[in-house]
Every structure is written in structure tokens, then in C-alpha cells.
Design a protein around this ligand. Structure first.
Ligand SMILES: O=C[C@H](O)[C@H](O)COP(=O)(O)O
Ligand SMILES: C=C(OP(=O)(O)O)C(=O)O
Ligand SMILES: [Mn+2]
Length: 453
């Protein structure tokens, strides 16, 4: 295709129905904002996106495991060094445990530096008889329940760009600057294992990791590579005005990339095959993912593969399965079987969060740790039975001690939710629950390896 034809293709989404877009009250302001974004430097670079595609190719082939995690909804106030560091630390701690257990590289992606827009079940929210637009993420409006707060403001797209740039800057510095040192990360894990009753269950695994590190050091195999780590950013590519303003052409190849993040995914609510999101995603060269709910039909999987990965290149497309603990064992096998039979070469990733949300008696959204773990187990069981690869996990988490999900090692109950319920949208695993999930997933990975070999 010529460059002009590629650009035309990238813009074709505008003629199709786009679900979950805000009703911006001021079109002129939106045009002004997107013009500024279109002139701004890219947040990520084509080479980095290509590298992530390669890494995800290994995931799709069963040679690597993906850990993708972070907030349901990032907020502008949450862009602080402490909060970003805590999230990153949590992900790095999880990754070390998973790497050891999987005995393959763990590809790390933060649900960070761009995860500012939310699809919602209802366009409005009513409190005490007052109905206002629903909160759609800091990229669109404010979580504060006031008419001014809930009014969509295109100026927020500029703040989204700045907040993403600031976050990426810190993440790049931390992951390259020694913060990610493997010995340091393991020492943090030792802290978790030693200091909580929940952690003690994992003492044997932590001991094994420690012995491996000592062995490597004794052999002189303690390279600089252990001090830095590769880390990517991925968010839902929901707001197409924002995403398309940040598309850039790679001068090396003439290919178009969304430069708001390395990986973008299409959400369960916006994955219509004849809709604007699929069209937009077909025109960018980034690695992309599609969230797959329990009602997905096998033929849809084939259609996504044809539209988004026509050349069948491992690493281009991932399916993020979010069916719920009670349905994954029934619904997933037919999808994986049909895809495999058809030669689809996508990666399969488990999001054990979004199919397990329920409303607590006090009205807060929550999730049970045991349901989350059960969905991960079900996902592994399905792949083990079919001889396919459980490619990774995609989780909503934070680095602090919030009380948003119940259960896990510290045994949070429904009555604990009000203590520190801080999420702007969905309930996240806290730091301890996240590590718990990593150690449990590590146990599953070891069982899978055991049965495979
Ligand atoms: O990830 C986010 C939520 O699952 C999504 O925004 C829907 O939430 P809602 O049902 O509260 O609107
Ligand atoms: C909205 C989300 O997920 P899904 O599209 O799978 O419901 C999300 O990941 O926050
Ligand atoms: Mn969510």
C-alpha cells in the first residue's frame, strides 16, 4: 500500500459506529486538542513496539509468559513517584516468582502510562435523585459527582498525554537504573514471605529462588542484565480521537503505529467486528489484544484473527480471556480448539478479574481472591487439556494496601472494604494479594511444566 492509502485506512474508522465514546460538549475544543496531540512527540517508538511484538511472539509459541497488570483506571492524582514505584515494584516482584516457576522469560507490561479512559455499563449515574453522566476515566471527566465534574472536557486529553509521559519517564528510569536489580527484587519478596502469615506458605519457593541466585553468583554469572529489565506499557485503546491523533508513521518502514503505548487492546464492550475500534486497530502495526467475554463465539475468534492478524504472525494478536471462574472451563475450549484447528497463531492470556466482579451489600464493586485464582486455574486446565499454551495473566492491581478485593492471604472480608477503598473504577488486588496470586500462579506453572515434561 502507498503511504496515502495507509493513512486512508487508518482514518476509515471515522465512518463506522464507535461505541463508548464521550459526548464532547465542545467540538471546536476537541479539534484544537487533537491538533496539538498530532503535533506532539510520540510517547513510545516503533522499534519498542516491534520488540514487544517479538516478545509476544515467544508468548504465542509457548516460549515465554506474559504478566500485564496495573490499575483499572489510572488517575491524574495517582501520577506520583511513590504510587508508580509501588506498582512497578509489585509487578517486578511478581515477575521474578513467575520467571522462576515458568523457567521461561516473563514479558512485563504495565496497565500504566495511558490507562485513563473507561467503557461503562450505563451512560449515566443517579445518586439521591440526581442523574449525571457516568465517570469515564480521567481522560474524559472527573470522578467527583457534580455537574461540572462529570462534564466531558477535551482538555483532559492533553493532561492524559502529559500524565502518560511523566509515568513512562519514571518507569523507564527505574527499570534501567538498578531499581529492577534481581537481587533487590528477591529481597523484597523475602520481606513478603517472612513478614506475613500468608507469605510463609511460599517459604520453600523463595528459598529455591535464593539458592539459584547464590549459585549464579558463585559461578560468576551475575551479569549487568540482572540489574535492568525490559518493561512495556499497554492500555485499552478506547478513545479513538486521542489514539488516532497519536498515530505516527515509522520513517524506516512507512508503517503506522499508535504511539500512546506499546500494546493497545480492544475492550469487551467495543469489539464489534464491524465497528470503529476493530477498523482502527487493523490499521496500526503495534501488538494488539482483544478482550474475550463468555458469549464470544468460535467464529468470532477466526474473524478477529483474519482482520487483525491476516498474516498469522505470532506476537501481533493476543486474546485476553475474561469469562468468570464459573464459565471459563465451559466456554474457552471451543474457542481455543477452533482457533488451533484454523492455524490461528495468537497468544492466549487470562484476565481473571472482569468476569468475577460482584456488588457487596454496601454497594461497592468487589471480587473474591478465590474466584480470581479459580479462573486462572480453569484457564490453565483448559490449555493443559488441549495441549496449548496458557500465555499469561492480565490483572488489576496496585502497589499499596487498599481494601478493594476480598480474601487472599490477609483474609480481607466484605466488612473491610470501606477501610481503604480507593479505586476510581474496578476493585484491584492490593500489594499482598498480588504477590499471593503470583506465588499461586507459580505453583500452577510448575504443575503444567511437570505434566508437560
Ligand atoms: O473495567 C471497568 C469496568 O468493568 C467497566 O468500566 C464497567 O464498569 P461499570 O459496570 O461499573 O460501568
Ligand atoms: C473494562 C475492562 O475490561 P473488559 O473490556 O474486559 O470488560 C478493563 O480491562 O478495565
Ligand atoms: Mn476494569
Amino acid at each position: 500500500m502507498t503511504n496515502a492509502a495507509v493513512e486512508g485506512a487508518v482514518d476509515r474508522w471515522r465512518s463506522l459506529p464507535a461505541a463508548q465514546q464521550p459526548e464532547w460538549p465542545d467540538e471546536n475544543r476537541l479539534r484544537e486538542v487533537t491538533a496539538r496531540l498530532a503535533a506532539a512527540p510520540p510517547l513510545v517508538f516503533a522499534e519498542e513496539c516491534d520488540r514487544l511484538r517479538e516478545r509476544l511472539g515467544a508468548v504465542a509459541r509457548g516460549e515465554a509468559f506474559l504478566l500485564h497488570g496495573g490499575d483499572c483506571a489510572e488517575t491524574f492524582d495517582g501520577v506520583s513517584a511513590a504510587a508508580i514505584e509501588a506498582k512497578l515494584r509489585t509487578l517486578l516482584q511478581m515477575a521474578v516468582v513467575l520467571t522462576y516457576a515458568a523457567a521461561v522469560p516473563v514479558v512485563k507490561i504495565g496497565r500504566m502510562a495511558g490507562q485513563f479512559a473507561k467503557p461503562r455499563s450505563s451512560p449515566t449515574e443517579t445518586r439521591d435523585g440526581l442523574t449525571l453522566p457516568v465517570y469515564r476515566g480521567d481522560a474524559v471527566n472527573d470522578v467527583a459527582f457534580t455537574p461540572a465534574g462529570r462534564r466531558p472536557d477535551p482538555g483532559r486529553l492533553l493532561r492524559t498525554y502529559d500524565a502518560s509521559a511523566n509515568t513512562l519517564n519514571l518507569v523507564r528510569a527505574l527499570t534501567q537504573g538498578g531499581y529492577a536489580d534481581l537481587h533487590q527484587v528477591h529481597a523484597w519478596n523475602r520481606g513478603f514471605v517472612g513478614s506475613s502469615p500468608a507469605g510463609r506458605r511460599y517459604e520453600a519457593l523463595a528459598d529455591e529462588i535464593e539458592r539459584s541466585l547464590l549459585f549464579m553468583r558463585a559461578c560468576g554469572a551475575d551479569p549487568a542484565g540482572l540489574r535492568a529489565t525490559e518493561f512495556f506499557a499497554g492500555h485499552e485503546g478506547l478513545l479513538l480521537d486521542y489514539e488516532s491523533a497519536l498515530v505516527r508513521t515509522d520513517p524506516r518502514t512507512g508503517r503506522r503505529y499508535a504511539t500512546s503505548g506499546h500494546l493497545l487492546w480492544i475492550g469487551e464492550r467495543t469489539r464489534a467486528l464491524d465497528g470503529a475500534h476493530v477498523e482502527f486497530f487493523a490499521g496500526i502495526h503495534n501488538p494488539v489484544a482483544v478482550k474475550i467475554g463468555p458469549d464470544t463465539e468460535p467464529d468470532e475468534i477466526l474473524a478477529y484473527a483474519r482482520r487483525l492478524d491476516p498474516r498469522g504472525e505470532p506476537g501481533r494478536l493476543s486474546f485476553v480471556v475474561r469469562m468468570g471462574a464459573d464459565r471459563v472451563r465451559d466456554r474457552l475450549p471451543a474457542l481455543v480448539e477452533k482457533a488451533t484447528a484454523d492455524g490461528v497463531r495468537a497468544a492466549w492470556v487470562c484476565d481473571p478479574m472482569h468476569g468475577n466482579t460482584f456488588t457487596a451489600p454496601d454497594g461497592r464493586k468487589t471480587r473474591r481472591f478465590d474466584d480470581i485464582l479459580d479462573e486462572v486455574c480453569g484457564f490453565f486446565e483448559v490449555h493443559r487439556a488441549l495441549g496449548t499454551h496458557p500465555g499469561g495473566i492480565h490483572v488489576e492491581l496496585t502497589g499499596s494496601d487498599v481494601t478493594e478485593c476480598v480474601g487472599g492471604g490477609s483474609e480481607l472480608g466484605l466488612h473491610d472494604l470501606p477501610l481503604r477503598y480507593e479505586t476510581a473504577c474496578d476493585p484491584r488486588l492490593n500489594h499482598g494479594q498480588s504477590l499471593d496470586l503470583a506465588f499461586r500462579t507459580a505453583e500452577l506453572l510448575r504443575t503444567s511444566r511437570g505434566s508437560a515434561g
